[in-house]
Structures are given as structure tokens and as C-alpha cells.
Design a protein. Structure first.
Length: 297
């Protein structure tokens, strides 16, 4: 039973590294975009093995979904019996219930779609808040890799006297875990979202941390408003310039620049979404989880 890896979206680099860890080839995918916006995917059929892992870059998911689903169809057509999806960043996780009458519940629709095409899913720290496990959404075996051990290593090696800070209650789960792993103090702030791009963050009593380096940690930076507000308040309170760390750097609206302008010392992300801020490589843990899931297929 052979194994190969294919990449789609912007996941080429991480797919190569994952394939290296899995000791298998990374097959080439050609995506041709016609003038009318339609896509044709091509692979060399001789490179398709019995088990295939597609590594998919799924930030900005809408235009990337059709090429991904067509690639899945094509690989099955070429003989892949087992198809795994490695989506280092899993989108559509935040609309996990109906907040207003008539709204769609995107997290469920998206999960149903992927569960139809793939036999298993590997991702990194999906945004689980009201839904507590991927199994509540996905009908296929799904594995969530934790970024925390790798992020903790990065903090230990790069930050002097860290104070870990979660910008809102939803980040508490990530920050508490990270604090345990790094043996650092931590605090979680309160956030009030006033609109898509307006966020207010409560100011904690932080004077006693003046000698520490604040490390803001969240599962994702999207518009950057949540972290930027927090950075501003921490700077006003006289704390050092914080390091902003997110597992997933979605960076809508050039959010990395917004954070630096707000007074952050540095912005750091993992390589679940390729970006200049990537400093933590998760290809090893992704490959490890993939191997474990393959053994169960
Ligand atoms: C919220 O539930 C998430 O954990 C992040 O705090 C949020 O998505 C960040 O969004 P933004 O960067 O747009 O403030």
C-alpha cells in the first residue's frame, strides 16, 4: 500500500515538508484557470498511490474549494482508495450556530461537504468553542493537532520572562495550556465585539508585570482588531511591547501591519497558513497525526 502527498491552494511548502516526514513523494498538481474562471486539475496518474494525503491551504476558502474537490475526484479516478485531507487551517469554524433567525450554520455545512469527499481529516487547533469536538461536526475520523508544544518551544527559546495573555475568554483554553507547558504566568482578558471590525478589550490590573514581556496568544489573527486593541491597552498601561502569537495568521486587512502600528514588538505565527510571520513549523506533528490516522483506515 503506497502513500503519496499532493498539495493544493498555497500549501506547497508545508506539503513538501510533510511528505519528507512521511518519507513519501509529493506529487505535482497542475491547476489551470480558464479565462472564464473555471478550473482544470491535472496530475500524473503514475504518481497516484493507494493512499493519498492532500495538503490544502484553505484560508480564503471559497475560490480554493472547487480545485480541492476536483483534485479529490481526480485522485479517486486515478486509483486512490484512501483519501486524507490535511487542512492545517480549517475554515468556517466560527459560524457554529445560528446567531440570528435565518442564518446558515456554516461549520456544519462545510463539515458535511468535506466528510463526503475524504476518508479522514487532520488539522491544527480548529476553532472549537460552542462545538466541543470535531466529531460533533465531521462524520469521518478527524484529528486536531495541537500547536501548543511547538509554540511553547518557540517561546522558551525566544522570549525573556514571558507573561502569557489571552485577549478574550475564547482564548483561555489555548493560553492556560501554553502556560502549563512553559511554566509561565498568564491572564485572560475580556473582549466585547461591537462589529466585524470593532472590538473593545477590558484593561486588566497589569502593573505588577512591568518587568515581563507580554505574549499575546490566540488561535487566529483575522482582522487583527482583537489583538491590536489589547496591544494598545497594554502599551498605555506601561507594559513592554508585546509579542503577538497566533496559530493561524489569516491576516485579513493587512492585520500584521495593524498590530505593529498598534505597538507590538513582533508578530509570530505557525506555518498553517504561509506568511512572512511564520516562525513555528508544524509539519512534523501534522505528519505524525497523518500516520496515526492512516493506520486506522
Ligand atoms: C475568536 O473567537 C478568535 O479566537 C479570535 O480571537 C478572533 O477570530 C480574532 O479575530 P480578529 O483578528 O478579527 O479580531
Amino acid at each position: 500500500m503506497g502513500l503519496s502527498v499532493f498539495a493544493t491552494g498555497n500549501a506547497g511548502a508545508v506539503a513538501e515538508t510533510v511528505a519528507g516526514h512521511l518519507d513519501c513523494d509529493c506529487g505535482r498538481v497542475q491547476e489551470h484557470l480558464f479565462p472564464d474562471g473555471e478550473t482544470l486539475v491535472r496530475v500524473n496518474p503514475d504518481t497516484v498511490t493507494d493512499t493519498v494525503a492532500i495538503v490544502a491551504g484553505l484560508d480564503r476558502p471559497n475560490p480554493r474549494m472547487i480545485p480541492l474537490l476536483f483534485l479529490a475526484e481526480l485522485l479517486r479516478q486515478c486509483g486512490a482508495a484512501h483519501l486524507l485531507l490535511i487542512a492545517p487551517y480549517l475554515p468556517y469554524m466560527r459560524q457554529d450556530r445560528q446567531f440570528n433567525p435565518g442564518e446558515g450554520i456554516s461549520a456544519f455545512y462545510f463539515a458535511r461537504l468535506l466528510s463526503h469527499y475524504f476518508d479522514a481529516l487532520v488539522t491544527v487547533d480548529p476553532h472549537l468553542h460552542r462545538v466541543h469536538s470535531l466529531d460533533e461536526l465531521y462524520s469521518i475520523p478527524a484529528r486536531a493537532v495541537a500547536a501548543a508544544p511547538s509554540v511553547a518551544d518557540w517561546i522558551r527559546n525566544n522570549v525573556e520572562q514571558p507573561l502569557l495573555i489571552g485577549p478574550d475568554s475564547e482564548s483561555a483554553q489555548w493560553v492556560e495550556d501554553l502556560a502549563r507547558r512553559t511554566d509561565c504566568p498568564f491572564t485572560v482578558l475580556e473582549k466585547i465585539r461591537r462589529g466585524d471590525r470593532r472590538v473593545e478589550v477590558s484593561i486588566p490590573d497589569v502593573e505588577r508585570w512591568s518587568r515581563h514581556t507580554p505574549v499575546l496568544y490566540d488561535d487566529m489573527i483575522s482582522t487583527g482588531r482583537t489583538m491590536a486593541e489589547t496591544v494598545g491597552h497594554l502599551r498605555q498601561a506601561g507594559l513592554r511591547a508585546p509579542v503577538c502569537i497566533a496559530v493561524h495568521g489569516v491576516f485579513a486587512d493587512a492585520a500584521d501591519r495593524i498590530l505593529l502600528e498598534a505597538g507590538a514588538d513582533r508578530v509570530v505565527t505557525t506555518n498553517t497558513i504561509p506568511h512572512a510571520t511564520n516562525a513555528v513549523d508544524l509539519a512534523g506533528p501534522l505528519a505524525h497525526a497523518t500516520r496515526e490516522l492512516i493506520a486506522r483506515l
